[in-house]
Structure formats: structure tokens, C-alpha cells
Design a protein around this ligand. Structure first.
Ligand SMILES: Cc1ncc(C[n+]2csc(CCOP(=O)(O)OP(=O)(O)O)c2C)c(N)n1
Ligand SMILES: [Mg+2]
Length: 626
């Protein structure tokens, strides 16, 4: 919604879709606001001009932990939005629960004390006082760039909803409320008594306002959302699930890849790398030069770097993502004397300001900015923030990485309410990528499984319908709610990251990401695997020529898809790597869940050949043959 003021100033208001889960929208609003600031140009003025405003209930503000998590982001680099205005509509009740049972602190707003926020307690029955408090809050936010809280003390006149009878639970309070005049009556009387307006003028304003509410209410009954309602300015040209988007190659010119690879292993003159890092960077240079043995970290750098050179912003956050939990990424390195930071992939070309026109951003000698930032130790708020960030601009690769995939369930509300269901509920697309380290490889309890079965279970596909798979008619991914990939080669990971941007639609992607494959000698790719004309592979075919050359000998009885460190060898078995889950895999998977779990526990005693189990440890499509 846009509003122009008499002096010519315009204000654009965006309302973020808000699920029933109270307060979970907070980090989404902050992330979307941060993205707007970034794409405007990210100056101090841009920060001032985009203002997140959150409306809270008193009980929810005090009780929901995500409020704290979001406020904790307020001062952190790359999450700082220059202050959020919090308005607590403090009706002194939460459904039927009294304040004494809702919190341990005297005021609903007391959380703000932990962050030194100014808190304005004001009387909701005095609209002028509320309006002054809001104006002061905005001035404070513009001057100091911190969060501000308005605690508007008021009351609830009726029950929580139409069925609720508040006298059941707060009889004394609601008797008093029944006798109390409404805010409108109090304010009208005040204006008339002091001579600001006549009774007739007051009635005229009231009737005019109520009529406009009535008109809109009536209009809402026949309102039909249009399929392209999700298109906001930056999204024009993107396709809805009903419009077909063709498969596009995601390969990149070999020389460009080699250039990015070398840059990813380079620091400026005089920058003092740790001596082990020197070796790691040298290895990167050698991999890029030879074009072979490219490991996971370098393939990721090549995906990021190529997208940046094409003018797409790339942003990755999560706990310890700069180095990478498993020390494979090194997207940001530190000088051993000064602790100065250096981000190799921001030195590929001249960084353009994201507010520049597209033609300028895609010039040959320019690149978009890479942001790789370690986050606060939260899953809920940080994933929500990145989801909000991803909604703003489709030409950006936004990723969030869990420390271990197991911890992502701290953000379950975000997955259930926003990421799995957002497109269907609100016609809003998001290309957010979740990297979830997964694998039963000895790191102990709660460090082994991203619970891929949960994502598979939440795929919104009709299990009885196998969609056409032809290259020119495939719309399966467009119609599903998200994608789940379990890449077993660095090149396939490279392609699926690039594919997120080189499409005419956006879809969240869950990457079951590796731990021990990050440095496995056989888990490598070549530059050719990422070169011109190459694309993402949904599955890899049988690698053993003895089997692939004699298909007549293979009679498939059972196919099991696994994502764990396990291999079951029967006398005649054949193993194929599955890099993408679809419909049918999901059904097999859930049917065989029990089997795989018990096999996992027994795997050691089965004397699994280690060479095989470690190579294909994470992604198995096991064909048991007669
Ligand atoms: C996370 C979550 N838990 C529970 C509910 C159910 N619920 C809906 S409203 C409400 C009370 C909210 O009280 P308050 O925050 O004071 O807001 P008010 O309704 O008084 O404006 C509850 C518990 C919910 N919507 N979300
Ligand atoms: Mg309340």
C-alpha cells in the first residue's frame, strides 16, 4: 500500500503474512526489512527509511522466546535493521489468562530492559498520548537506531472470540469493563468539552469512518486472490506453479570456474594466513589449475562466485558458517597478526551497489556482494530472518546452514508455518536454501540426522500421480512445495545451488549436506562436470560396468533409499546413488523406515566393507537382486 502525504512524501507499507503462531513473524519482518535496506543501497539513510514495526499481545510478548531471539539480532552485523518499533497492545489478558500467570516480571514489556530499549508505557484510552509516544519512538529510532517499545495499556471489551465468555474467568474485571465508556466515547467527549469540535462534527467523522469500514468488509466477501498476486516489483517475469518453466543448463565456462577457484584460494599481499590455511588455499589453487579432484568446499565457492559475477547477491548465515562447522568452507579468513577479515569471493571483481540498475550490475568486470556471517546461536529467529530476507528479491541466493542438521528442529515453526506452506497459503515464493549436515558418522547423539523423513513427509505431492518427466514438460518441482536433495558429488551440489537462481520460479530447497564426504578423496568432481551444457542429475546410474553392461542379469526385487552410514551387501547387489528424492522414493522410504533404523544399529556387527561404506555412506539407492 502506498500513501502520499500533502508535502509530497510517500510511504510504502508492506504487510508480512502472519500465521497464527504468535510472534513467529518477528524475525521474518526483520529479515525482510534488512533485505530492503540492503537492496536500497545500505547507507545510513536507507536504514532509516525502512522501518520494521511489530504489533504484539502482552501475553505473547512476555511468553514467546522468539521475541527475545529476534531482539538479540538487533545489534548484530548483517542482521541489524537500525531499530524495530514494538507496539504491545496490552489488554492485560491472554485469552483467559491473567498477567500474574503470564509472566514473572511486573510489566509485559520488561524484556526490553535486557536490551536497554526505551519503553513508553501509555494509556490506550488517551489517543493523543499514544500518538505522541509513537512519534517520540520513531524519533528515537531514527536518532539512535535501536529498538523502542510502546506498552499501550488498555483492556479487552469482549471475549477472546465470539464463543468466549470472559465472565467465566474474570468476572470482577469484566463487570468493571462493562461500566467503562469506550475510548471513542471518552475522546469525543473530551474534544467536544474543550470546544475542538461540535457534537455534529464528531458524529460526521464517526459515521464516515464506520461506513468506510463497512464498505471494505462487504467487498472482502467477494474478493478473489489472483494467481499473480505474489508478483511484487522485483518478481515481475517470474512464473506461477501453473506456468511452465523450462530446464536451463547451469554449467559455467571453464575459464571462469578456474578463475573463481584460484581467487577462492588467494589472499592479498601481506595478509598473514595461518600455515595450515596456506596449504588449504594452495590445494584450492591446484584443484582449479588441474581442473580435477575439486572438493565440496571449492565447488560451493564456484557456485557462489559464478552467481556473484552474474550480478546475484549471495548470503549465507548460521552458526560458524564463515569457516564452516567442519572447517571446509573458509569463506572468510583471518590475518594471524591483526585478525583482520578477508573474504576472497568479494575480490573477484568490483562490487556493485545493489541499488544500481540491472545493466550495471551485470557488467563483465563487476560482481554482487557475498555476505557470509556467523549468526547468534538461534535456529528459530535466524532461519525466520533468512526466510524474510529471501522474500524480497528473487535474484539472490539466500542460504541458512544448521550447525548439525539435528538442530534445525529448534526452528520447526518456521518450517511448518512459512517454508513448507508459504507459497500455497500466501502466494509468495521463496528460493531459500537450508544446508543440513547429516550422517551417522560417529559424532554422537543429536549430531547424526537432519531427519530427512520429516521433509519427505511434508512434500506436497500427490503420491498417486507420477507427473510427466520429459525435459520439456516437467513441472513437478514447480508444483511441489519444496525440494529435497542429497547430493553425493560436489558438481551436483554446484548445479543445484545455481539452479536455484537459473529458473523462472523459486522454490525452497533442503540440502541434506555431508560431513565426512567434505574431504573424502573419492567425493570429488572435475571442472568438466560443471562446465558448459552440464546440469543437475536427479540420480546417478550404476557405476559398476559389470552390472551396467549386463542389464539383463539384473532383476530388481526391492529398492531401498537410505541417507545414512550403512551398506547392506547381499550376494548379488547393486548400488546406485540417488541425489534427489521424488514421489516414489518417498513412499519406499517411509515404508522401510523401520528396517533402515534397525539395520543402522546393527551395521557394525555386519562387518560392512569400509571402502564401500565410506564412499557411498550418505546416499544409497540399494538394489537387491535375485
Ligand atoms: C504460539 C501460539 N501459542 C498459542 C496460541 C493460541 N492463542 C491464541 S491467542 C492467545 C492469547 C494471546 O494473548 P496476548 O498475547 O495477550 O494477545 P491478545 O489476544 O490479548 O491480544 C493464545 C494463547 C497461538 N495462537 N500461538
Ligand atoms: Mg493480551
Amino acid at each position: 500500500m502506498d500513501r502520499t502525504y500533502p508535502d509530497g512524501r510517500t510511504i510504502h507499507l508492506s504487510l508480512v503474512a502472519n500465521p497464527s503462531h504468535l510472534e513467529c513473524v518477528n524475525p521474518v519482518v526483520a529479515g525482510k526489512a534488512r533485505a530492503k535496506q540492503f537492496y536500497c543501497g545500505d547507507t545510513d539513510d536507507d536504514r532509516r527509511n525502512v522501518v520494521p514495526i511489530l504489533l504484539h499481545g502482552d501475553a505473547a510478548f512476555a511468553g514467546q522466546g522468539v521475541v527475545y531471539e529476534t531482539m538479540q539480532l538487533a545489534g548484530v552485523e548483517d542482521f541489524n535493521v537500525g531499530g524495530t518499533i514494538h507496539v504491545i497492545v496490552n489488554n492485560q489478558i491472554g485469552f483467559t489468562t491473567n498477567p500474574i500467570n503470564s509472566r514473572s516480571t511486573p510489566y509485559a514489556s520488561d524484556l526490553g530492559k535486557a536490551f536497554n530499549c526505551p519503553i513508553f508505557h501509555c494509556n490506550g484510552d488517551d489517543p493523543v498520548a499514544v500518538s505522541r509516544a509513537l512519534e517520540t519512538a520513531i524519533e528515537w529510532r531514527h536518532e539512535w537506531g535501536t529498538d523502542v517499545i510502546i506498552d499501550m495499556i488498555c483492556y479487552r471489551r469482549l471475549g477472546h472470540n465470539e464463543l468466549d465468555q470472559p465472565m467465566f474467568t474474570q468476572p470482577k474485571l469484566y463487570k468493571a469493563i462493562t461500566r467503562h465508556p469506550t475510548t471513542l466515547e471518552i475522546y469525543e467527549k473530551r474534544l467536544i468539552d474543550e470546544g475542538t469540535m461540535t457534537k455534529e462534527e464528531a458524529k460526521e467523522i464517526r459515521d464516515f469512518t464506520l461506513q468506510s469500514y463497512e464498505r471494505d468488509f462487504e467487498a472482502s466477501k467477494s474478493y478473489q486472490p489472483r494467481p499473480d498476486d505474489w508478483l511484487s516489483s522485483r518478481w515481475s517475469g517470474f512464473k506461477s506453479p501453473r506456468q511452465h518453466s523450462r530446464i536451463q543448463p547451469t554449467g559455467v565456462d571453464i575459464d571462469v570456474l578456474r578463475f573463481i577457484g584460484k581467487k577462492a584460494g588467494e589472499v592479498p599481499e601481506g595478509f598473514k594466513l595461518h600455515r595450515q590455511m596456506v596449504k588449504i588455499f594452495q590445494a584450492r589453487q591446484e584443484m582449479a589449475e588441474s581442473g580435477s579432484d575439486i572438493d565440496w568446499g571449492l565447488a560451493e565457492a564456484m557456485a557462489f562466485g559464478s552467481l556473484l559475477l552474474e550480478g546475484n547477491h549471495v548470503r549465507l548465515t548460521g552458526q560458524d558458517v564463515q569457516r564452516g562447522t567442519f572447517s571446509h568452507r573458509h569463506a572468510v579468513v583471518k590475518d594471524q597478526d591483526s585478525e583482520e577479515e578477508y573474504t576472497p569471493l568479494n575480490a573477484l571483481a568490483k562490487i556493485v551497489n545493489m541499488s544500481a540498475p540491472l545493466e550495471e550490475r551485470t557488467l563483465r568486470d563487476t560482481q554482487a556482494k557475498l555476505t557470509v556471517r556467523n549468526s547468534i546461536l538461534s535456529e528459530f529467529a535466524v532461519l525466520g530472518f533468512e526466510h524474510g530476507y529471501s522474500l524480497e528479491n528473487p535474484n539472490a541466493l539466500i542460504l541458512w546452514e544448521a550447525q548439525f542438521g539435528d538442530f534445525v528442529n529448534g526452528a520447526q515453526v518456521m518450517l511448518d508455518q512459512f517454508i513448507a506452506a508459504g507459497e500455497d497459503k500466501w502466494l509468495r515464493q521463496s528460493g531459500l536454501v537450508l544446508l543440513l549436515p547429516h550422517g551417522y558418522d560417529g559424532q554422537g547423539a543429536e549430531h547424526s540426522s537432519c531427519r530427512v523423513e520429516r521433509y519427505l513427509q511434508m512434500v506436497e505431492e500427490d503420491p498417486h500421480h507420477i507427473p510427466p518427466m520429459g525435459k520439456d514438460e516437467r513441472t513437478q518441482i514447480q508444483r511441489a512445495n519444496w525440494q529435497i536433495v542429497n547430493c553425493s558429488t560436489p558438481a551436483n551440489y554446484f548445479h543445484c545451488l545455481r539452479r536455484q537462481i537459473h529458473r523462472d520460479f523459486r522454490k525452497p530447497m533442503i540440502v541434506v549436506s555431508p560431513k565426512n564426504l567434505l574431504r573424502h578423496k573419492r567425493c570429488v568432481s572435475t571442472l568438466e562436470d560443471m562446465g558448459p551444457g552440464t546440469i543437475f542429475h536427479r540420480a546417478f546410474d550404476e557405476a559398476n560396468p559389470e552390472i551396467s553392461n549386463n542389464p539383463g542379469n539384473v532383476k530388481v526385487r526391492l529398492i531401498i533409499v537410505l541417507t545414512a552410514t550403512l551398506i547392506v551387501i547381499t550376494v548379488h547387489s547393486s548400488i546406485v546413488c540417488a541425489d534427489c528424492f521424488c514421489n516414489s522414493f518417498r513412499r519406499w522410504y517411509s515404508a522401510l523406515d523401520k528396517f533402515t533404523t534397525s539395520s543402522l544399529q546393527n551395521a557394525r556387527s555386519w562387518n560392512v566393507p569400509t571402502s564401500l561404506s565410506s564412499v557411498w555412506s550418505r546416499s544409497l539407492l540399494l538394489l537387491l537382486t535375485r
